[in-house]
Design a protein around this ligand. Structure first.
Ligand SMILES: NC(=O)c1ccc[n+]([C@@H]2O[C@H](COP(=O)([O-])OP(=O)(O)OC[C@H]3O[C@@H](n4cnc5c(N)ncnc54)[C@H](O)[C@@H]3O)[C@@H](O)[C@H]2O)c1
Ligand SMILES: O=C(O)C(=O)C[C@]1(C(=O)O)C=C[C@@H](O)C=C1
Length: 361
């Protein structure tokens, strides 16, 4: 691929454009808000000048409700040899395009399974998709050339291609993205009118559970409107778990010992099923889950501290697999949790202690 056109230069469009530009592709950027395209260009994602002729691949990264119309317009203009979209739902846009009577051989629906709770080009990064699944939904009619162009896009973004049927994709993301998003919003909504004394105690647990609740509601209304059935089915299963858990907790309040035992069994059942589901979440780079141990280091909230820890770990020959930072409220300090292979723990702790770092359990 030599040339690409990104239509919709928000978080996802600009992130893909940055990755393509970094790999030498000439990227043209357009957005219905020209300011967004200008910002993306200023970030080094490409040029906001129009291409002189058809590009190799057009990438539509507009909100899901606009995807079919934007694609139809680009196809009618003959803007590219191949067309992909990156919308979070796949069945709806395809059916809308079919209803418009377009020749869909040059179109391939796709969805990178990576994003952020922030919108717009300023939140974009060229490495957003690295190691993440990127779903492609070709049909029997999809041109091989277009499939190859889409695979090249995924490869330039260093993502992992996963081929799926569009409706199977929508059922899968209802489970791993759309229903969890609503549950996150429900937990976060409990905080809206909560007492300040409680909210200031927020630790890492609630941050993990509520991060995605900060996302743009307009985008999520679009996503959920295009996949309401599967999400409602899953949420009603969650509601059944909720009802059972409330009953189990009420039993735990009872003075009757047998009832309390039932309550414990009910809560334990949910927690154990949670453990069993959680270990199925794939680890880094979409590979099979791996068990890491945590080494916790207390740092001053000053520039350069993290870089120093990484350098010290590197000198000790230890690979940091993942990292989390917890900032202590009202203090100029933070707790850095370094996730490493279990066998690296003694080496890392010894090396960090030797270099004067304060380790915590
Ligand atoms: N945010 C995520 O985590 C995520 C992850 C994967 C896929 N997606 C999908 O990627 C697409 C873009 O999402 P985003 O998070 O980048 O949103 P965003 O709000 O950051 O960017 C969307 C951009 O599209 C532009 N736009 C709106 N209507 C348009 C139109 N008719 N023509 C041209 N441009 C138009 C907007 O001005 C905006 O700049 C959506 O379809 C979304 O479902 C999002
Ligand atoms: O991590 C985030 O902030 C996301 O928004 C990511 C996420 C997800 O649920 O995994 C959200 C929606 C997209 O369609 C794909 C990815």
């Amino acid at each position: 691929m030599r040339t690409a056109l990104v239509i919709g230069t928000g978080l996802i469009g600009t992130s893909a454009a940055l990755a393509l530009t970094q790999r030498g592709v000439v990227v043209h950027l357009v957005d219905h808000d020209p300011e967004q395209a200008r910002t993306a260009a200023a970030l080094g994602a490409g040029t906001d000048g129009a291409p002189e002729g058809p590009v190799d691949l057009a990438i539509v990264a507009a909100p899901p409700a606009h995807v079919a119309a934007v694609l139809a317009d680009a196809m009618r203009r003959g803007a590219a040899r191949g067309y992909v979209d990156v919308a979070s739902v796949k069945g709806g846009p395809r059916r809308e395009l079919e209803a418009l009577g377009l020749d869909l051989t040059s179109y391939l629906g796709s969805h990178p399974m990576s994003g952020r709770e922030k919108s717009g080009p300023l939140a974009a990064t060229g490495d957003l998709f690295e190691g993440r699944p990127w779903v492609l939904t070709p049909t029997r009619d999809t041109d091989t050339e277009v499939l190859n162009l889409a695979l090249e896009l995924v490869s330039h973004c260093r993502a992992v291609p996963v081929v799926m049927d569009a409706d199977a994709h929508d059922r899968a993301v209802a489970l791993v993205s759309h229903m969890p998003h609503l549950v996150s919003s429900m937990v976060a909504a409990r905080l809206e009118h909560a007492e300040e004394a409680a909210v200031r105690l927020c630790g890492q647990g609630i941050r993990d559970v509520t991060r995605i609740a900060a996302s743009d509601p307009r985008m999520w209304i679009d996503i959920l409107s295009a996949n309401p059935g599967p999400v409602a089915d899953l949420l009603s299963d969650v509601a059944a778990d909720l009802t059972e858990t409330v009953e189990a907790l009420r039993s735990l309040q009872s003075s009757d010992e047998a009832k309390r035992r039932d309550g414990t069994a009910g809560v334990e059942d949910l927690l154990r099923r949670g453990n069993a589901g959680q270990v199925r979440v794939p680890g880094k780079h979409g590979s099979a889950p791996r068990v890491y141990e945590t080494v916790a280091v207390l740092i001053d909230d000053q520039p350069g501290q993290l870089a120093r820890i990484f350098a010290d770990a590197g000198q000790a020959g230890v690979n940091i697999e993942d990292v989390r930072i917890e900032h202590a409220t009202g203090q100029q300090a933070g707790l850095v949790q370094l996730m490493v292979e279990p066998r690296a723990v003694p080496v890392l702790t010894a090396a960090l202690r030797e270099r004067g770092w304060a380790l915590r359990q």
